[in-house]
Design a protein around this ligand. Structure first.
Ligand code: GTP
Ligand code: MG
Length: 181
């Protein structure tokens, strides 16, 4: 057994509009569970996942946040010490894509990292399963272009419901977070 002190703790903050699937992604990733019923997150809570990356024992501490505006009151102390920020939108919901820029800006303002232009973000476009892609309004190309304007932020498309690409996305997040250590 590795002792706890040899583990690297990585703090990850998940942001995005209400209902895009932040909680669902985390539940699928950590517990392999999906719930069709929507239950709004209030405040913030975290889950942890133990990983091995590049011979390092890593604990991902993933903070889920509330997308609903009336629950927004986390403040700078909450963001401090973050190693990576995950921005989530719903590929079937244009507004959730359009608010990404302000979430990105707001995070940097609150977290106030030493080198803001180097701080690792990851973008996730979720709910790719919905109606076989027929209700999709944001193309992969458009999302990748947006990432290009933000220093080539890594981009993943997922379905929390069908468990598509969820492990890959969070592994990418862990790599990004580790690069910030
Ligand atoms: P807030 O806590 O309000 O910020 O919302 P959230 O981003 O945590 O969204 P949540 O995970 O609660 O999901 C919202 C709704 O979308 C729920 O009914 C989920 O079952 C559904 N949902 C989440 N991910 C997917 C997905 O990949 N595909 C489909 N079809 N539905 C999803
Ligand atoms: Mg939630």
């Amino acid at each position: 057994m590795e002792s706890l002190k040899n583990r690297t703790l990585l703090k990850v903050i998940v942001l995005g509009d209400s209902g895009v699937g932040k909680t669902s992604l985390m539940n699928q990733y950590v517990y392999k569970k999906f719930n069709r019923q929507y239950k709004a997150t209030i405040g913030a809570d975290f889950v942890t996942k133990e990983l091995h990356i590049e011979d390092k024992a890593v604990t991902l501490q993933i903070w889920d946040t509330a997308g609903q505006e009336r629950f927004h009151s986390l403040g700078a102390a909450f963001y401090r010490g973050a190693d990576c920020c995950v921005l989530v939108y719903d590929v079937n919901n244009l507004k959730s894509f359009e608010t990404l820029s302000s979430s990105h800006m707001e995070f940097l303002k609150q977290a106030n990292p030493v080198e803001p232009e180097k701080f690792p973000f990851v973008l996730i476009g979720n709910k790719t399963d919905v109606d076989g892609g027929n209700t999709r309004v944001v193309s992969e190309k458009r999302a990748v272009e947006w990432c290009g304007t933000k220093g080539n932020m890594p981009y993943y498309e997922t379905s929390a419901k069908e468990n598509i690409n969820v492990d890959e996305a969070f592994l990418g997040v862990a790599h990004e977070a580790l690069s910030n250590e």
